[in-house]
Design a protein around this ligand. Structure first.
Ligand SMILES: Nc1ncnc2c1ncn2[C@@H]1O[C@H](COP(=O)(O)OP(=O)(O)OP(=O)(O)O)[C@@H](O)[C@H]1O
Ligand SMILES: [Mg+2]
Length: 251
């Protein structure tokens, strides 16, 4: 089991979109994948048209509260979900230090059946993101290719580093920055890419995700890139990202 968190305190950079599409493609590739939402916005459930208020299903609050009898939403035999809702916001505080609750899922036998657990996190520097890091083997940061995004990435990396130094029992590895909503027609893009490569070297994924109306529309139809035609650019970009991810982990 490999646990990977997707984080960035900057909102709207594509965390949820990446979490949903990466999980769905990993399951297509035959990896048993669990997607956990830790964001009070509960966007994972909405994206996939699932009920986040179903009391019969395990929620991420249940995980934080030590429930070990796990009953996730089953999307298919390789893809399961644990959703979130506003009730988790009591743990989403910047004043308290998190990291003591979610790490317990590593010892729950049910989770050991999974090849990958992907965690979507809220756009905050809060105890919930610290909980995610405390249980993760890896983390990654999506970013938009904009000038001010460099600062957002640096802030996210610093927050993760500081958190990791405070959680001595776990030391997740930074897999890298994923560039999302790339528009190659913008002449500044290559300059931006060169600067990011210089700053991040191998901590920048080679695979990028372009700005795509198919992706922007997909939650409306509860679709992931898995449902896109095989020749779809968005699907192929995500597929190449997921292959790069798997090769970085050398599973
Ligand atoms: N490659 C893309 N092309 C076009 N639109 C995209 C792309 N990736 C994400 N989006 C859109 O951008 C918006 C923000 O994406 P998303 O919700 O995944 O970001 P987020 O980082 O999870 O946001 P939050 O910080 O609020 O949790 C959504 O409307 C989504 O559909
Ligand atoms: Mg989100």
């Amino acid at each position: 089991m490999k646990i990977i968190s997707i984080l960035c305190q900057k909102g709207g950079v594509g965390k949820t979109t990446a979490a949903v599409n990466i999980s769905s493609l990993l399951s297509d590739m035959g990896y048993k994948t669990m997607l956990i939402d830790l964001d009070p916005q509960g966007n994972v459930a909405t994206y996939l048209n699932q009920d986040k208020n179903n009391n019969n299903k395990t929620s991420s609050v249940d995980l934080l509260e030590g429930v070990v009898d796990i009953n996730p939403i089953i999307m298919n035999d390789k893809f399961a979900l644990i959703t979130s809702d506003q009730s988790i916001s009591k743990y989403n505080q910047e004043k308290i230090i998190g990291g003591s609750k979610l790490k317990k899922i590593r010892n729950i036998p049910y989770f050991k059946n999974f090849d990958f657990v992907i965690i979507d996190t809220p756009p905050t520097m809060s105890s919930l993101v610290q909980e995610a890091l405390s249980t993760s083997d890896y983390y990654m940061i999506p970013a938009k290719p904009e000038f001010l995004a460099v600062e957002g990435v640096a802030q996210a990396m610093n927050f993760a580093k500081k958190t990791i130094s405070q959680i001595p029992t776990n030391n997740p590895i930074f897999l890298g920055v994923i560039l999302n909503q790339v528009d190659n027609r913008r002449s500044s893009f290559l300059d931006f890419l060169n600067e990011l490569r210089y700053l991040l070297s191998d901590k920048l994924f080679e695979s990028h995700i372009s700005q795509s109306t198919e992706i922007a529309d997909s939650p409306f139809y509860a679709k992931t890139v898995s449902n896109f035609p095989e020749n779809s650019k968005a699907r192929n970009e995500y597929l190449s990202l997921v292959k790069e991810l798997v090769s970085k982990i050398e599973i």
